[in-house]
Every structure is written in C-alpha cells, then in structure tokens.
Design a protein around this ligand. Structure first.
Ligand SMILES: Cc1ncc(COP(=O)(O)O)c(C=O)c1O
Length: 441
C-alpha cells in the first residue's frame, strides 16, 4: 500500500505561488513529495491526506517529549497569560537560567534568544569580543545556523587547501578569510592552523556529535586535545549544543564527553519545540554582553513568555524524570531491531552517535569524520528512507540527518517501525541494481 499525496500536492501548487519553494524553510521542500502537516500527537504526524507517520525527524530534533505534550502546552498557556512580548524582563528568566546552570555546569551565566542561529551568532560575536580576534575555526560537516559567518563548508570530495566555499549565495566574499575548516577527530590540522593563525583566531566552534552529518562522534582524546589547543592558543571553545543539549544527557554532550566549554549554545530540546534558545558559558566571557564596550545581544522577542514557560516545564521534566533514559533505551532497542534485520540480509552497517540521535550508515567501518561519510552507500540509505516515508515512517531522505527519538515513542511505535523497515528494505533491494547492493553486502 502506498500513500496518496493528492491533497499535499494540490496544496504545494498553491503554496509555491505564495512562498519560495512553497515552504518557510528550504529544508522542508521535498518537491513533489513535500508534505504538509495537518495534526500531530506524541510521536506521530498526520498529513493533509490523513497519512499517519511515526516521526523520527521530530522537527530536526526539538520534540524531545513528543508533540502536543499536555504538560508543556499547559505551561505555555500560562506563559501567554503574562502577555507574550512585554519589553521588560520577567522572573522566569532567572528561574530557567538557574535550571540550565544546574544541568550544565559550564553555564555560569545564560542569555536567551529565539533560535539556534541567533544564539550561535551572539556566541561567536562574544568570542570575538572576548578574545580580540576576528577569525574562527569550524569542523567539517558541522552546521551552526544561517548567518553569514558560518555559512561556509568544504565538500567531502574537495581538496582541503582552498576548498572552503560559501554554502549559500549572498554571503559576502570578504568573510571567507575569517573561516577555517578542519576535520573531526584529527587534532593535527587544528594545531597547524592555530600555529599559523593563532594570533587572529578567536573561536573554535564544534558540535562534538555532528548532528548535521549523521551524528558522527568526536573521540574522547580528540576532545581533550581540542580543549588544550584552545587553552594554549587563547581560543574560545564554543560547543554548539543546539541539537545535543538536554538530549544526549541532562548536561548535554559536555556531560557525555566530560568536556567543559567556554561558551555553549542550546535550542531545540530546550523548549520541546517552542522557539527558544540560549547561549551560556564562563562568567568572565558572558559579562562582556552589554554595557560599555560589550557586545550587542537581545531582540524584541527574546525570552518571550510563552516559549520561556514551555522551557521551564520541559527542563523540569527532563531533569527530574527518567525521560532521557526512556529515550535512550528506545533508541538502543531500535538499533538492535534494525541492526538485526540488516545483519540477516548480510548488509554491512554501523550506527553512529547517541541512541537519542543516531546515524545509520551502510558501510563496514565507523565513519570518523565527514569525508568518511562520503564513502558510505548513501544511495541505498536515501532509497530506503524514501520507501520508509511511503510506508509511514518519517526519517530524512538524507543520511546526514540523524534519527531523533522522543519520550513518546513506545512499544507500538517500535514494532510498527521494525515491521515497516523490513518491508521497505525488501522493496528497495528488489528495485536496486545488484551492483549497488553488492557494494554494501
Ligand atoms: C548544531 C546547530 N546549530 C545551530 C542550528 C541553527 O538552529 P536554528 O535552526 O534554530 O536557527 C542548528 C539547526 O539545525 C544546528 O543543528
């Protein structure tokens, strides 16, 4: 049984005439397969044609407890009673900041913003102001949002020297020389660039789990090397926890990997999908926000009373219940189930990352960096993901996007997912050429 997308397709035509690509974020445009959500609940989405999906995209990560969580939504409604955007601070800001600080020890001070992009943008500006140095280093395969300074990348097949290119039109060429990109899990290229340019580089930005490159994970020794190189060259270490924060552990990836950032950024799981983000870090650095000679940070909607109240409740649940343990346990069982199906068919595969946000790669060898992702069979992955979407299992048709788990995924979801995975795999293997299949078996 394949799904009908008649209503979504009709609506896509209408939307296309009103919105570029017919959507409000480029990532949501899947051409003729673009679907429009009609309603959601827990781990499930229904589209305009009433197709039902078990969702493993979860809005690219935010929905940590499940859609329309009654506890969070009730808190958000109470937040609305305060007035929304007031142009004054409210008591809850310090209350939520205290909770963040309790959960993430490096968060000595906290500032709120509306999106991951905004938080990272302010954090990078802050790192420049504190260090007095304008350039920054990023890691291949990382994504830090849609502001100009970070919209640079190296394609995985591109020579590292000189291969840095803007990942969007309209990014000023003059910014190109400020951005340096090095691979994950090899501290030597980082040390080389810092030896050459340490006087101009003020920030190192890292997602220790590459949440935008299949959750490929930094190794413990590498993270320690990164920390000591940042200390040695007076570089602010900015750990971007927009995807990992309040998800992979109560204290995020910093707790998981035993590393302490100078600055860190949060969004996504912070508000169970309500638009709120935070930057946080060492007091000495954070005190550079505002005042004479300090950095600009703020905005009309920062700490809006609705998402802030949602964040208060979400963090309370994540901190005080076993939600994160439940999520990780589901993720582990999902991997065991999918792994078993693939092993039975003799298909080489590995899982990367944390069970709450894992990548699945068709390869024998665990990828250690973004280039190694390019060696995996992502044609098989993409075909499989599209077939799973047809059957009502929503994962991104791009193996760089992890499978996200929420606390509402339950046994029924697991059984249905595994049954449909088996069916989708059979369909795809029958359809694909024997060459492609051979390369992974
Ligand atoms: C690690 C990371 N940083 C920053 C961002 C940007 O966040 P937002 O989309 O909320 O602007 C993202 C978005 O996916 C992200 O994954």
């Amino acid at each position: 049984m394949t799904r009908s997308l008649i209503k979504s397709q009709q609506h896509y035509k209408r939307a296309y005439d009103q919105l570029p690509l017919g959507v409000s974020s480029n990532f949501r445009a899947w051409e003729e397969n673009t679907i429009f959500a009609a309603r959601t609940k827990g781990p499930r989405i229904w589209d305009l044609d009433d197709n039902e999906y078990i969702d493993y995209r979860l809005g690219y990560g935010p929905t940590i407890l499940g859609y329309c969580d009654e506890r969070v939504d009730a808190a958000a409604r109470r937040g609305m009673e305060l007035g929304g955007t007031i142009g004054l601070s409210t008591v809850r800001e310090a209350v939520v900041a205290e909770r963040i600080k309790k959960m993430v020890p490096s968060a000595e001070l906290v500032r709120f913003a509306n999106s991951g992009t905004e938080a990272v943008m302010a954090a990078l500006r802050l790192a420049r102001a504190f260090s007095g140095k304008d350039e920054h280093v990023m890691i291949e395969g990382c994504f830090h949002g849609h502001f100009d300074s970070v919209l640079f990348e190296i394609a995985p097949d591109e020579d590292r020297d000189g291969g840095v290119k803007p990942s969007s039109a309209g990014v000023p060429k003059v910014l190109r020389d400020l951005a340096h990109i090095v691979p994950l899990n090899d501290a030597n290229p980082l040390e080389d660039v810092l030896k050459k340019k340490g006087d101009s580089i003020g920030a190192l930005m890292i997602e220790p789990i590459l949440g935008n490159a299949g959750s490929i994970m930094a190794e413990e020794q590498y993270m320690q090397d990164v920390r000591s190189l940042c200390d040695r060259f007076d570089v602010v270490m900015l750990v971007d926890e927009v995807k990992t924060g309040f998800r992979v552990a109560r204290g995020g990836v910093q707790e998981l990997m035993g590393v302490r950032a100078d600055l860190c950024t949060f969004a996504k799981a912070l508000g169970n999908g309500y638009p709120i983000s935070a930057l946080a870090g060492r007091e000495e650095i954070m005190r550079k926000i505002g005042g004479d000679g300090g950095i600009a940070q703020g905005g009309t909607y920062a700490a809006h009373s609705v998402p802030l109240a949602a964040a208060e409740k979400t963090l309370e649940i994540l901190d005080e219940t076993d939600a994160l343990e439940t999520i990780a346990a589901y993720g582990t069982r999902l991997q065991e189930g999918i792994g078993g199906i693939l092993t039975d068919r003799g298909i080489a595969h590995v899982f990367t990352g944390h069970p709450s946000m894992a990548g699945l790669f068709f390869t024998e060898v665990l990828p250690r960096n973004y280039r190694e992702w390019a060696n995996t069979n992502y044609d098989l992955y993409n075909a499989l993901a599209l077939e799973l979407n047809e059957l009502g299992i929503l994962c991104e048709p791009d193996s760089r996007e992890p499978w996200f788990i929420c606390a509402a995924h339950d046994d029924a979801c697991l059984a249905e997912t595994l049954e449909k995975f088996e069916t989708a795999l059979s369909t795809v293997l029958t359809r694909m050429s024997s060459e492609t299949v051979k390369s992974v078996s």
